[in-house]
Design a protein around this ligand. Sequence first.
Ligand code: SF4
Length: 460
Amino acid sequence: MKKKKVVLINPPGRYRYTRDYYCSKVAKANYVEQPMDLVVLSGFLNSDYDMLIIDAVVDGLSVKECLRRIDYFKPDYLISLSGLVSWKEDFEFLSKVKASHRSCKIIGTGDIFRNEEIFYSNPWLDAITLDFSNGDINAYMEDAFDSMESMIFRNDEGEITSVIKQKKSGELFEIPVPIHKFFLAKKYTFPFVRSLPFATILTDFGCPYSCTYCVYSKIASKIRRAENTIEELKYLHDLGVRELFIKDQTFGYSKEQRKGLCDYLSSLNEKFGWTCFLRAEIIDEELVRDISSGGCHTVIIGFESGSDAILSKYKKGCSRAKLVRAVEILKKFDIRIVGTFILGFPEDTLETINNTIRFAKESVDFAAFNLFVPKLGTKAREELVETGAVPARLESEYDQSGISSSKGVSPIHQTELRRIRRRAILTFFLRPSYIWRRIKEIRTMTQFVVTIKNGLAVFH
Ligand code: SF4
């Protein structure tokens, strides 16, 4: 039987966007991360479909070139990333695809699609997958609607059907091994890698915590079986990959799964080096010993603010004191710390923002300063809609680097916030002590190139 044809696409855009795994932004320093949704979906579609993967961002493809490739391939289905940061141009592109391929079903994945209203106002859209890790995509393409768990779609009569099965947090799941070869062949980059090539993997999905500004607080968490992840790790090891970005939002909160993975990783003769996101609250010596012996060299932690009042208001579940304690433990094990910080919370004043920037300088090896964005589906956004600070209907793009503004959210003007963010970046990265530390830790050519690239990015 003739295989159905599927395009997986990261669409073209004005900027180098990152818009996978329900988070979208303009990429810092022109880094392009591997698009997690497409990586995972490639495994589900692997043998049963004729697949074309287009990443217009990493390959710098134009709208015209993408349309040409799609026209030539003539897909039955097209699965596209899109995000809050770029939805207007993405939707224009996707409506053009639909205009030339009326019978091709267009399926959306990304933060922008976590709002059912999007579905009603965009007639070119045939379906939304709300969880790219559960095999719904196969069920949709095989018309096995009863086995779906979380999709919204139009049926043949054009009626909109929403299947959202409530799941308990903490369930176990498995995924097929993704087609990493495709993504390894492209020039993806990530600022914390120590060697190339690198691969991006998931060992859990969603997040069990409830920070109210964060989209993951609304996604029921699942834990991937350790044996299933190890199967993927063996495949990557055989391909010669020795560097990983574990894109879980909160790696290691399941102790049993973490031990299973770290035991395997530490048993390898040629180890992987890796970076993961950790939640400060769960960091203790046992956890850090596990990840360190497994090869972890860098962790990314959401510090967000230096103000306990703001951390508490947004249900961060972690105080400044706990963050400081987590830093002490990680430093003891010589693990590099990347802190993410949010400037311009509605409650922020110039004083609290300066306090946050000072906190970053005192605590972490690398800092990412983002501007507050009222992300779709979050409690923080709902509250701002209630007060009238943010319109209920989505009117514009939002970007946490400040390219598109979150006007009206903070009492501090957006231009001033952008200026403060720029100052934070410059004063963080141009400290002589900081530059000297970075130079001293260079061990490989990849690290050298990455350090130079990071350095130049400060001036962009
Ligand atoms: S900020 Fe981190 S810990 Fe909090 S809900 Fe989001 S992913 Fe989870």
